[in-house]
Design a protein around this ligand. Structure first.
Ligand code: DC
Length: 223
């Protein structure tokens, strides 16, 4: 029987995490944001002074203190994420991590460790999991697969609005360049590149608001 889990993949700032969290709440499933796991490894490397390009160095950090994720609908992010017993918070979403994470996420051995943990989480109970390779690699048997995308301009505008909401200034030109570069690295890497899974329903959210995206996904699952 196919796995009841829902896989939601898509490029930077396509609205996957927001949609995945809301869909999980609607369906009473656990929500896992796999991007946060790659961000956590990246943060660990930066804090330890390990070069993000140094795969062996990053893997050694993971072996010394694995990343743990616990779904928790009441937590600010919808889950809690720990490394070495310490909860990680807003540092995960800072600029330093954003500009190094695609390099760290391209290391095959880092991906193997992350995918194992993600599959372990999904084996416990059905999940709504957001990422880049969920439908293709992590949960290829997921019954529902969505590839959420949006135009570059819509994604830049959304990410800027989020930053402004948090009181952070947004340089649209720089942000556009950073998003394009992360998309390029995520889609051209050799292992598990970003692409729609076979059978995934592609939703272009350029002209949709967050609620409309959630409605489409829930309708798809219920149909
Ligand atoms: O979704 P996000 O922007 O928080 O993801 C951060 C980075 O992690 C992104 O640049 C690509 C990588 N990532 C990945 O390679 N595979 C996943 N399943 C999730 C994220």
């Amino acid at each position: 029987m196919p796995n009841r889990s829902v896989a939601i993949d898509g490029p930077v700032a396509s609205g996957k995490s927001t949609a995945a969290r809301a869909v999980a709440e609607r369906l009473d499933l656990a929500y896992i944001d796999t991007g946060a796991m790659y961000r956590a490894v990246t943060l660990a490397a930066l804090q330890a002074g390990v070069d993000p390009f140094n795969e062996a160095g990053v893997v050694a950090l993971l072996a010394a203190a694995p990343i743990a994720v616990h779904p928790d609908a009441r937590a600010p992010l919808g889950y809690r994420i720990y490394r070495d017993g310490a909860e990680l918070g807003s540092l995960l979403f800072g600029e330093d991590v954003a500009s190094a994470v695609s390099v760290v996420a391209a290391h095959p051995r880092v991906r193997t460790a992350m995918v194992e943990e993600q599959q372990r989480l999904a084996a416990r109970s059905p999940v709504v999991m957001a990422g880049r390779d969920i439908g293709t690699v992590v949960l290829p048997d997921a019954r529902f697969k969505v590839f959420l995308t949006a135009s570059l301009e819509a994604r830049v505008a959304r990410r800027c609005a989020e930053l402004w909401d948090r009181g952070v200034n947004c340089d649209q030109t720089q942000l556009r360049r950073q998003i394009q570069e992360r998309d390029r690295l995520d889609s051209t890497r050799l292992v598990a590149p970003l692409r729609p899974a076979l059978g995934a329903v592609v939703i272009d959210s350029s002209e949709l608001n967050a609620d409309e995206v959630v409605e489409r996904i829930v309708a798809l699952i219920r149909s």
